[in-house]
Design a protein around this ligand. Sequence first.
Ligand SMILES: *Cc1c(COP(=O)(O)O)cnc(C)c1O
Length: 223
Amino acid sequence: MSGSVADNLARVRERVAKACASAGRPEASVTLVAVSKLKPAALIREAYAAGQRDFGENYAQELRDKAVELADLDGLRWHAIGALQTNKVKYVARVAHAFHALDRPEIAAELSKRREGASPLPCYVEVNLGAEDTKHGLAPEALGDFLVQVRALPNLQPVGLMALPPPTDDVARMREGFALLRELARAHALTALSMGTTHDFEQAIQEGATVVRVGTAIFGERP
Ligand SMILES: *Cc1c(COP(=O)(O)O)cnc(C)c1O
């Protein structure tokens, strides 16, 4: 992880390709989102120069500022991957290519309102697979009602589910969590799965991830 961003990216892409091959999936079925939160714009430029186009940011103001600073990079796609507060929705609603942490009706309503006039914003509903570990994400039982609300909004398009499972080094447990998310998505007629980070993206791909969100393995440890 001490190499250049371009070297790190090449290694991560190779691992994504291997995981796809071992799962019998085409490489194009997985989008690699490079999570650049807390990393300087200069490193995003390096990744872009190495062909990376999808970037993930957690914090609304940071995303807004980087989008301005990097507006010259054609075809760059911003993924907002962190929880939003209502008063910050305006910073990401129009600039984001997708939102990965939808878990509250008020945020959904505000996003739809602020998205007006643009194409519907693809959204992933965040599911809490770790129960007490985090307050983010919906309980699996709450998904049905929440999706009814989101699907009624004109400018959001719920496409899939997202999760950040509790950290574990037990590969079988990693895969169980990801498989559960896949089954929940299927049960709710959603096809996209945003799951897997530096620690576990290969297992996530094995279980059907369509988007993996990888930060540390590309940009190094965060401050
Ligand atoms: C920070 C973050 C990531 C990336 O984590 P790494 O361990 O650095 O790969 C992925 N998803 C979310 C929601 C994050 O907050």
